[in-house]
Design a protein around this ligand. Structure first.
Ligand code: GDP
Ligand code: ZN
Length: 370
């Protein structure tokens, strides 16, 4: 690729978060006839892609479908993809560039399958309302923190509705957050008065992709509107002809904010369920993970075995009972998910081999005939 072309790409795509990392991944993938772009909406595998020449409507190529095995192999909002452009601002998606981070959830129903809600988020704001304290508990924060660590995005805690709190209540909320999220940046803000919002956005570097999650009613939409000012028409739906000639309405889920930040606001992020690994759990509860190394048994469950360092810390008052209980609850939830995933993986493996055996049988039949 010529230096000139590279600079042109950079100029047109960097407002959407394109950088040297994506450039390197693209060049490693070869295929100079394909253009890079970022997915801003998705509806039944019809995508809006922000490409070097503006937005295009794109579907998935046959070869892509053929290669895709899991639901998570398909692009999601926030993904960088490579597409083949065609006339009339259309395109065909050929390749997915490897994700840097992603938020996922288990899909509803029988199959426990990972569904990508949003990809390549750099910073995730974990929003809580600190009025009355009902919406803001350590347990809630730890839960969202685990999701954030699992995603690969950097979490930032946002304590909203500060305008409804006394100085004392604000101090208390800050302490609670600091205890549950050691080392994580915490901002007290008010979306209503605008207090603290500049400090928050100023701490995030331009060109970063940001998303908000947290319980409902804490003020996520209000914060988004405040950050966007008047430029954002969040509920504007675009009418777009889809590739099969039907008309679908697609809500835009990725925006550029005035200050140079990119915002991902998909409905799914607001009702995200736990889909995290043991590693992410250990990161949220790194104090417990550290203690666990001192337990006498390697596979200690910390539920009363002799020589358990976690139990000792509890009895010495060095570990909060509440934090310990929350850890056990989340571990239980993860184990349940894991068991479901394992039995499903075994089933899929069996089906795969059945499929291969059938292909071999068919081939043999064909060979005999010819
Ligand atoms: P979401 O469900 O997290 O998106 O919450 P919303 O943005 O819909 O806000 C829920 C309610 O809280 C609305 O009535 C908002 O006006 C109100 N609200 C949001 N932010 C603030 C704030 O900073 N201070 C006060 N007093 N109210 C707020
Ligand atoms: Zn133990």
């Amino acid at each position: 690729m010529t230096e000139k072309k590279r600079t042109e790409l950079e100029a047109s795509l960097s407002p959407w978060g394109w950088n040297s990392r994506w450039q390197a991944l693209r060049e490693a993938g070869g295929t100079p006839d394909l253009l890079p772009g970022r997915i801003t909406t998705e509806s039944r595998q019809i995508y809006t892609v922000e490409g070097p020449e503006g937005p295009v409507t794109a579907g998935i190529s046959g070869a892509y479908h053929y290669r895709a095995v899991l639901r998570s192999d398909y692009p999601a909002v926030g993904d960088w993809i490579l597409y083949k452009p065609s006339d009339g601002n259309k395109g065909v998606i050929e390749q997915l560039l490897p994700r840097q981070s992603c938020f996922s959830r288990k899909t509803a129903g029988e199959r426990t399958e990972e569904q990508i809600i949003a990809a390549n988020i750099d910073t995730v704001l974990l929003v809580f309302g600190i009025n009355g304290g009902r919406n803001f508990t350590s347990g809630g924060l730890e839960r969202y923190l685990t999701l954030a660590w699992e995603s690969g995005a950097v979490p930032v805690v946002v304590l909203n509705k500060a305008d409804l709190c006394s100085a004392e209540e604000r101090e208390k909320a800050l302490l609670t957050a600091e205890n549950s999220a050691p080392g994580v940046s915490i901002y007290e803000v008010s979306a209503l008065t605008g207090e603290g919002l500049e400090g928050l956005t100023g701490s995030i570097s331009p060109g970063s992709t940001v998303a908000l999650t947290g319980p409902s009613g804490v003020g996520k939409s209000t914060i988004i509107n405040a950050l966007a000012g008047r430029e954002l028409q969040k509920t504007t739906s675009q009418r777009e002809g889809d590739l099969k000639g039907r008309h679908t309405t697609t809500r835009k889920e990725m925006f550029r904010l005035p200050g140079g930040l990119i915002l991902i606001d998909t409905p799914g992020l607001k009702e995200i369920q736990l889909w995290a690994s043991e590693e992410a759990l250990a990161e949220t509860f790194d104090d417990i993970a550290l203690l666990a190394r001192e337990c006498r048994f390697k596979d200690c469950t910390h539920r009363g075995e002799p020589g358990c360092a976690v139990q000792q810390a509890l009895s010495r008052g060095e570990l909060e009972h509440r934090r310990y209980e929350n850890y056990l609850n989340m571990e239980k939830e993860l184990n349940y998910l894991k068991t479901r995933q394992d039995s499903q993986a075994a089933r899929m493996e069996r089906e795969k081999w059945k499929g291969i055996a059938k292909i071999q049988k068919d081939l043999k039949k064909q060979n005999k005939r010819s």
